[in-house]
Write a protein that binds this ligand. Structure first.
Ligand code: RB5
Length: 149
């Protein structure tokens, strides 16, 4: 399991706290920035991570900004990316079971680091259920193809 992780300035400190959780889970990670709390633009970093997931050079991505909204909007522009903004572990679990989410988005200014760590753990430990949910994902892929994404 190889993961690309990225954030803007509002997610930089949470990203640093999440990396040890990935190591605890035995997950290989690559940091796509930003690496400081100096103000920057979330699309620049969301794009880097989503691109890696979209082209398949990593298995999954994690993105963090203040609310998680900007990063979600960016990531979901990329073909094959299913980004899920999660503030609690139930959504994290369901985003894997039902949506096969391949990018986890965290709101760095809304949840605490402990909650973020729990979300990361459940998100990586939960497998996609398939079945009727695969049929729904196939419909999303068909929409992407129709829109020529
Ligand atoms: C940065 O101030 C903030 O707008 C950004 O982190 C994010 O919340 C955008 O959706």
């Amino acid at each position: 399991m190889k993961v690309a992780i990225g954030c803007d300035h509002a997610g930089a400190s949470m990203k640093n706290e999440i990396i040890p959780v990935l190591e605890e889970l035995g997950i290989e990670w690559q940091d796509f920035g930003t690496k400081t709390e100096e103000s920057c633009d979330y699309p620049d970093f969301g794009e880097r991570v989503a691109e890696e997931v979209s082209k398949g050079s990593v298995d999954r991505g994690i993105l963090i900004c203040g609310t998680g909204i900007g990063m979600s909007i960016v990531a979901n522009k990329f073909p094959g990316v299913r980004a899920a903004l999660c503030s609690e572990d139930y959504s994290a679990k369901m985003s894997r079971l039902h949506n096969d989410a391949n990018v986890l988005v965290l709101p760095g200014r809304i949840i605490d680091v402990k909650t973020a760590g729990e979300i990361v753990k459940v998100w990586f430990k939960t497998d996609f259920e398939g079945g009727r949910h695969q049929r729904r994902l196939d419909k999303i892929t068909a929409i992407e193809r129709r829109l020529n994404k």
